[in-house]
Design a protein around this ligand. Sequence first.
Ligand code: ZN
Length: 241
Amino acid sequence: MRPSARLCGYMPQCIYCKKIDVQFNGEHVIPEAFGTFGADTMILEGQVCALCNSTLGGRLDQVLARDSWESRLRSQMLAGQGGRHRRDRFRERRVEMRYEDEGRFPECRGARFMMDWQRFFPRLMDQVIVVDEIGIRQSFTLEELPQADTRLFLDRPPGSISIIGTDMAACEALRHAVIQLGARLASDLAPPRVPEAAVRGPSPMRIEGFIDEAIWRAIAKIAFNYLAHISASWVCSASEI
Ligand SMILES: [Zn+2]
């Protein structure tokens, strides 16, 4: 049996901030969003203070649960289910979905998609796609365009720039912005259109997740929680999580 802080004669101490005279509450070893397992659910009692529980939960657990590769997998599992998780608000910052730059996607080579959370289904983003000097297709939304290298849009050969999407007003705004960047008003910048692929639904695409410091910290927190769960709390102290 795991020795508790009480049995060892120690005052409860938060394993994260090390404070003693604070309020404690239950901390799920694995974020609750990823599932509970009845009586086998691992919960730390008297080992994580309420403030750390809340702060780290919002800063790390939420990133893992709603804005990560893992959250994308989770969203797919939730797609066919009801319940409160269905209302989760997922983010797109750490996952990218796109078609490969291959001939089988004639209108959408290199195009990016985002998840339509109403339907739990990928939706073509409103974007401009430009083929750069070495033949790589780069995609920008209207919001991303100010960060783009404007040289990408200057003196491009015909067919190098295309604007696609499902919202024609947004695509028209993109077209205007691209022209402002210096793209020629030529036939290579044809009116925006909705590709057939966006209508019939996406084909297999590449999904790429990005692991940044917040993700690493969220994973480290689970590992540390588990260490605390299987050890006496006084063994554990994690000021760096
Ligand atoms: Zn604490």
